[in-house]
Design a protein around this ligand. Structure first.
Ligand code: PFF
Length: 449
């Protein structure tokens, strides 16, 4: 294993992890789910899941990845060696599948960001335009979105070909801080728009009549999606992390950063939605309709718009490379393909599915899978089913297949890091009982409703 790629600095790991977590999930998916699911109620549930379930799960994925030093498929094979139950080795399959499903619609949205970069470069965002129609043109047209999706996928492939150290680490270091500054700027502008108060209330004042099992499932799914849990990205990245890093601290910092971004994105978008007299239930187009509208009313808005969409694109890219890396690491280490072949084949596979996702918003609008178009189906299938099921299997494995000693040895770097026994016991309890029960219960209730 000594010739495996690895991150060269702690800051590098943190930005790569944060780069995977922070992405379209925060800036595109979170605001529109908040809009569709009644605002504050959704946010409260989301935060609850994040702290109680997702953070312990993130630490656990870290444990599995760094201990095995292997891709998501090999990790379970290696860690279950010498123990009964060979079937555990197959868990990785769900992860590779979720990465594929997520990338298929994620790259379409990534394509929209490329499209909006080109439009902002032409200074197309002027006051008084119909931005809903503009978005429909960009997303429903048969060819336009396909071209941009392809550009997005090719760029993702290019970074992944360069490998972990030179590709992923280098460029996320620059982009994450820039993204942060941009979102704060937009949030400030949004809050100072006339009529923004209603948006703030919508975000922070819960209306419990909106509480339904669908809201609970959506919040659970979003907390997984946003932190990149349940799909093996953390396991894969953790396998490139050196043995002396503090994985509890790294996980907590990543989760904090991701949550901050999601809340900031909510504050950037929702007040503006109300100020412009739009409805929060706009759906997947929300960010693409609202942001150009904000910029069209700002002095030097044209320049800000370019910056924003460039940064949004990079946030999307750092997440999509983490998804592609899950598939690629598996193909390199399990099927023994070269990195180039693995990247080429997995990108080709994703392209086929993403073409279907993109067309399902226009030409194939009437094709429905279990009541949703293909795009929405892929989105819900991954966030509400594949990620929670993947995460469930990870915690069951770590909680019941790995011994307490193995688990704690990895977290404490073989006893070199000191944690309060209470913290370790609560963590282990959540991993063994609370997380699996909560996930199973929510999924069952939403299935049976
Ligand atoms: N967390 C990413 C986002 O919020 O955009 C999306 C994502 C990346 C989900 C990687 C799952 C994953 F494994």
């Amino acid at each position: 294993m000594s010739n495996r790629d690895s991150f060269s600095s702690k800051f590098g790991i943190l930005v790569a992890l944060a780069g995977s977590a922070v992405g379209l999930g925060n800036l595109w998916r979170f605001p529109y789910l908040v809009g569709n699911n009644g605002g504050a109620v959704f946010i409260i549930l989301y935060l609850l899941f994040l702290i109680v379930i997702c953070l312990p799960m993130m630490i656990t994925e870290f444990t599995i990845g760094r201990r095995s030093q292997s891709n998501v498929f090999g990790a379970f094979k290696i860690l279950s060696q010498g123990k009964k139950g060979k079937a555990w080795g197959k868990i990785g399959f769900i992860s590779v599948l979720s990465a594929l499903v997520i990338l298929s619609f994620y790259s379409v949205v990534g394509g929209w960001t490329v499209d909006y970069i080109t439009q902002s470069l032409c200074f197309n965002f002027k006051e008084g335009l119909d931005y809903e129609q503009m978005f429909r043109y960009s997303s429903e047209n048969a060819f336009r979105p396909l071209i941009f999706t392809l550009v997005f996928l090719l760029l993702t492939a290019l970074v992944v070909i360069m490998g972990v150290n030179k590709g992923i680490e280098k460029y996320t270091k620059v982009m994450m801080p820039l993204l942060f500054v941009m979102v704060i700027l937009i949030a400030v502008r949004s809050l100072t728009l006339q009529g923004s108060n209603e948006g703030v209330k919508f975000l922070f004042r819960p209306d419990w009549s909106k509480f339904t099992i669908d809201t609970v499932l959506a919040a659970l799914g979003q907390s997984f999606f946003s932190l990149s849990i349940g799909c093996g990205t953390i396991i894969t990245y953790a396998s490139y992390v050196k043995r002396n890093e503090n994985i509890v601290r790294l996980s907590t910092e990543t989760a904090l950063m991701d949550t901050l971004f999601a809340l900031l994105a909510g504050i950037a978008i929702m007040p503006a939605v109300f100020a412009f007299g739009l409805t929060p239930e706009e759906g997947p187009g929300l960010v693409f309709v609202i942001i150009p509208q904000i910029f069209s009313q700002l002095p030097m808005g044209g320049i800000f718009a370019i910056l924003f969409f460039v940064v949004l694109f990079f946030a999307a890219l750092s997440s999509s490379i983490s998804l592609l890396e899950v598939m690629v690491a598996y193909m390199i280490e399990e099927i023994h393909w070269s990195r180039k072949t693995a990247v080429a084949l997995s990108t080709a596979l994703v392209t086929i599915l993403s073409v279907l996702c993109s067309l399902s918003l226009g030409v194939l609008k009437n094709v429905s899978v279990l009541g949703s178009n293909i795009f929405d189906f892929m989105d819900k299938l991954s966030a509400n089913i594949l990620l929670p099921v993947g995460g469930l299997l990870f915690v069951l494995f770590a909680g019941w297949k790995m011994s307490d000693k193995e688990y704690f040895d990895e977290i404490t770097n073989d006893g070199n890091l000191k944690f309060k026994p209470l913290f370790l016991n609560v963590l282990r309890f959540i991993v063994r009982f609370v997380a699996p029960l909560v996930i199973v219960l929510i999924m069952l209730v939403s299935l049976l409703k």
